[in-house]
Design a protein around this ligand. Sequence first.
Ligand SMILES: Cc1ncc(COP(=O)(O)O)c(C=O)c1O
Length: 289
Amino acid sequence: MKGLVWTAATRRVVPAAEAKVPYGLPGVLFGASLFETLRVIEGRFFRLERHLERLERAAESMGWVPPARETVVEGLARVLQDPGLEGKDLRVRITLLDCGDGRVPETIVWAGPYVPPSPDLYRRGVPAVIAPYRLDETAPWTTLKTGNRLIHQTARRRAERDGAWEALLLNTRGRLADGAISNIFFVSGGVLCTPGVDMGALPGIVRDAVADLVGELGLSWRPGAYEPQDLYAADEAFLTNALIGVVPLVCVDGRRIGSGVPGRLTQELKDLYERLREREAKLLDAWLP
Ligand SMILES: Cc1ncc(COP(=O)(O)O)c(C=O)c1O
């Protein structure tokens, strides 16, 4: 892996290939870890406090002691100030590794250059398939960003092998839950539908931003329990995450969504989201003590 890594244990920045973590940690052995993925454009973060709050809340709900916020911010500052990365469009991952025994988890910050997808991804939209594996919406960690991603990873790899871009996961009740790396949205008769967190959806940072913007499009917002058929019959659909923003979803399981091209509302929402990002994004200085 390329990029640079800072760890709270060493307080040093090293090339990712040289970073070390102790073998015996539950975070390493059992996937007992939490993470956040962010995009940094020209040194500016979008809603960093929401990412940090989500991480801290997740750590608490795992029964861990969250690291001090200053520790995470120090790690971010150190990797961003490195001459190898300064000023670049970056992809950043904050990881908490469970150290067991009630200890504060090890905090790791990785950053590397953000490689944008081809513009065709946004222009043409992407296909997805429904994965053969289910998310357990009753498990408390399903809606946390844990490092235990075997279902998500395997589903997405399978989807890519079948020519799709994303895998959509159902929950144990057969309802739409979440994408492997994104939140799912579709428009049906003037209503913006998205799987509820109680269905297994990750409470995404961009999902929240979409909820803030939906009124500007004259749509109402309805998180809930949806079946694949609801998505197949939608007028238009899209996927979101903090790296890619808003990506049109044009085909699911080989069936065209709407007319099979990115929808008008999707395009408008993508523009609104990008403007919101531009307006709200802040330099890390805003979080430095
Ligand atoms: C499973 C899953 N759902 C949804 C999302 C979107 O969340 P966010 O908007 O916070 O990136 C992600 C992001 O990585 C994800 O992994």
